[in-house]
Ligand binder design. Structure first.
Ligand code: RP5
Length: 168
């Protein structure tokens, strides 16, 4: 059986199109993830069961995406000692601001690493999870350094192309 180092959980299957980008980003680093729909409001027993057994099940980082009154990340963080990364999703009429505040405004003592809303946040959640794992995984640390270096090269190439267009 594959050992999942990361869990990606989300409040609804309607969150998957965005959270899938988180999954894909992890896959690029060959980090395997358990994926599950669970809801702090609609299936609270399952959330508690998951949060209280995640560490014993070998999970090292939890990523929780939810929209509207997004309680999922905070509810999980209240129970587990594992680091929890929250991704606010833009599913309500406030376009993610509701979920952003719900995810970020944790009381002192129960941290959630709140990302920005939407796909940027979903992808950054995966990258932050990789960085956390890389603290004790030299192979992953090397892969992350290569990723950063490639990203910087891409920006330099874009700048070069812009400069050439300006000179025309
Ligand atoms: C939240 O409510 C979910 O995370 C989702 O973003 C939002 C709407 O859920 P559905 O009505 O689409 O199931 O709990």
């Amino acid at each position: 059986m594959t050992r999942h180092r990361v869990a990606i959980v989300m409040g609804s299957d309607s969150d998957w199109p965005v959270m899938q980008q988180c999954y894909q980003q992890l896959t690029r680093f060959a980090v395997s993830a358990h994926v599950e729909v669970m809801s702090a409001h609609r299936s609270p027993q399952r959330v508690h069961e998951f949060a209280s057994t995640a560490e014993a099940n070998g999970i090292e980082v939890i990523i929780a995406g939810a929209g509207m009154s997004a309680a999922l990340a905070g509810t999980i963080a209240a129970v587990t000692p594992l680091p929890v990364i929250g991704v606010p999703l833009a599913n309500g009429m406030l376009d993610g601001l509701d979920a952003l505040l719900s995810t970020a405004q944790m009381p002192p003592g129960v941290p959630v690493a709140a990302m920005g809303p939407g796909s940027a946040g979903a992808r950054n959640a995966a990258l932050l999870a990789v960085q956390i794992l890389a603290a004790t995984d030299e192979q992953l640390a090397r892969a992350f350094r290569e990723y950063k270096s490639k990203q910087a090269s891409e920006v330099a190439a874009k700048n070069q192309s812009l400069q050439e267009r300006l000179e025309l």
